[in-house]
Design a protein around this ligand. Structure first.
Ligand SMILES: O=C(O)C[C@@H](Cc1ccccc1)C(=O)SCC(=O)c1ccccc1
Ligand SMILES: [Zn+2]
Length: 156
C-alpha cells in the first residue's frame, strides 16, 4: 500500500477530536492497510488516523520487543476502531515513549498499568479486552491522539 505522509506536532489535524467511524467498508480497510504500511516503514509500534491526516477514530497497535521494552510481546498489528476506555487501574507506570509526530525525541510518560477497553474491528464487531504494560501504554498513547492529545501535553 502507498505510504502516507505523517503529520508533525503543531499541525491542526493532531489537535482535533476524531470522528466516529460509521461505514465499515472497503475504503476503511484500505486506510487501515495504508496506516499499517506507514507504521511499519516508520518502525512504529502504533499509528493513529489523525497522524496520516485522517480525522477518523481509528488506530493500529502492534507490540514487538525493543531495546526499551525487551520483554514486550510480539503482537500482530491490531486495528482498533471507535475505542472506549472502560476502566483504568489506579497503578501508574512511568515509561519511555516516542511519537512519529515528534521525530527524534523520547519522553518519560506515566500511564495506567492496566486498562479495560472496548473497540470495533474492521468488520464492525465489538471487542472487549484487558490490556496491561507495554500494550496498555501503546493503546493509551494512540487513544490520546484520537482526543487531540500528544506526548507534549503529557510530559511535564
Ligand atoms: O506516534 C505514535 O503513535 C507511534 C509511537 C507509539 C508508541 C511508542 C512507544 C510507547 C507508546 C506508543 C511509536 O511507535 S514511537 C517509535 C517506536 O517505534 C518506539 C518507541 C519507544 C519504544 C518502542 C518503540
Ligand atoms: Zn504518537
Amino acid at each position: 500500500s502507498a505510504l502516507l505522509p505523517i503529520a508533525l506536532v503543531g499541525e491542526d489535524i493532531l489537535k482535533q477530536q476524531a470522528i466516529a467511524v460509521q461505514h465499515f467498508d472497503a475504503a476503511l480497510t484500505e486506510l487501515a492497510q495504508q496506516m499499517s504500511a506507514s507504521m511499519a516503514a516508520a518502525q512504529g509500534v502504533g499509528i493513529a488516523a489523525p497522524q496520516v491526516h485522517s480525522p477518523l477514530a481509528l488506530f493500529i497497535m502492534a507490540s514487538r520487543p525493543n531495546e526499551r521494552y525487551p520483554d514486550a510481546p510480539n503482537m500482530a498489528p491490531v486495528v482498533v476502531v471507535n475505542p472506549h476506555i472502560i476502566h483504568v487501574s489506579s497503578d501508574l507506570v512511568s515509561g519511555e515513549e516516542g511519537c512519529l509526530s515528534v521525530p527524534g525525541q523520547r519522553f518519560i510518560i506515566q500511564r495506567h498499568k492496566t486498562i479495560e477497553v472496548r473497540y470495533q474491528n474492521l468488520q464492525g464487531e465489538w471487542q472487549q479486552a484487558e490490556l496491561t504494560d507495554f500494550i496498555a501504554r501503546i493503546f493509551q498513547h494512540e487513544f490520546d491522539h484520537l482526543q487531540g492529545i500528544t506526548l507534549l501535553e503529557r510530559s511535564r
